[in-house]
Design a protein around this ligand. Structure first.
Ligand code: FES
Ligand code: CO
Length: 322
């Protein structure tokens, strides 16, 4: 078990509700822990992926009548995590010690969230979720061989648009970044009025300077809102930290316009953007995000990154950072 109290006591997305419904039982890795997810009726359960008998992965087992049976000798666990049946000794009451290690779960925004410790707060806020004027498209999962904090920082980085996403999010003829403020607040890192020139910000074929609001809501969850007079576009990025340099990114993309654009088109647009970011992320060294502000170089355009690193330092984050 890792020793980062901040991440242990936070919620992390691990799978879609849909994928668990289709398979009934899934194995996932979170913060170097192997976890079995399964569904007992409406209840989503997350346990250590280990049968107490001989240490077999329960995620290889079967769900039957609200129980999970181990694939090796058929020990059967109920939704409370107790072994209720041992096929080799059908008349024997299973020993009290025959139980699993359970974790907290929440189902929110179509994702299953797991907390390995004691949740210090709720899953991150996402106001568009309950607003029917926004359409929502889940993009990902995007596996990345990079640390969660490097991925979040890249999401907060605007100066890379003309280089990594030229023609989509940026234009090499307009690489300048105007000054903006980024602050560490009680809700995380917040930057408002971040101006960026984009070749086609709203799919109308017109280039324009748009204004972004960025927030790092949690060490591994960030949000952006792009708005002008009418159209609003936002993304909630959240990361599954499998290990220090092994992650999966998920993005909820929302918009209150373009309701007739096919979902596949929007998703493939985001897939393209992420496929441009991935090789950059996987190339960065050191792989762990340096929290010492003397390491690496920072300019005015990096204020969001500076605020993010400062905040992680204040929180005492250790996992995925150096
Ligand atoms: Fe699970 Fe034996 S290892 S039943
Ligand atoms: Co990018």
């Amino acid at each position: 078990m890792i020793d980062d109290a901040v991440l242990l006591n936070d919620w992390h997305p691990v799978a879609t509700v849909e994928s668990l419904r289709a398979r009934q039982v899934l194995g996932v890795r979170l913060l170097e822990e192997d976890i079995v997810l399964w569904q007992a009726g409406d209840q989503v359960l997350a346990w250590q992926d280990l049968c107490i008998h001989r240490g077999t992965r329960l995620s290889l087992g079967k769900v039957e009548d609200g129980t999970l049976a181990c694939p090796y000798h058929g020990w059967t666990y109920d939704a409370r995590g107790r072994c209720v049946h041992i096929p080799a000794h059908p008349d024997q009451v299973p020993p009290a010690k025959a139980r699993v290690k359970p974790y907290h779960t929440r189902v929110q925004y179509g994702l299953i969230w797991v907390c390995l410790g004691e949740p210090s707060q709720d899953v991150p806020p996402f106001p568009e979720w309950d607003d029917p004027s926004f359409r929502k498209i889940l993009c990902g999962p995007y596996p990345v061989r990079a640390s969660g904090p490097r991925i979040v920082e890249n999401f907060l980085d605007i100066a890379h648009f003309p280089f990594v996403h030229e023609g989509i999010l940026g234009d090499k003829a307009h690489p300048e970044i105007s000054d903006y403020r980024a602050e560490v607040t009680p809700e995380g890192v917040v930057a408002q009025g971040v101006q960026v020139y984009q070749p086609d910000p709203y799919g109308t074929g017109q280039g324009d300077t748009v204004s972004y609001t960025y927030k790092a809501l949690r060490p591994l969850t960030a949000y952006l809102l792009k708005e002008s007079a009418g159209p609003r576009f936002s993304i909630l990025l959240t990361i599954t930290p499998h290990a220090a340099t092994e992650s999966t990114a998920w993005m909820w993309m929302t918009m209150n316009y373009g309701h007739d654009i096919p979902e596949e088109e929007l998703r493939s647009w985001q897939d393209t953007i992420f496929s441009q970011d991935r090789p950059i992320l996987e190339s960065q060294r050191p792989e762990l995000l340096p929290l010492d502000l003397q390491a690496e170089l920072h300019l005015r355009s990096d204020r969001l990154a500076i605020a993010y690193r400062t905040w992680l330092n204040q929180l005492g984050l250790s996992f995925g950072t150096a």
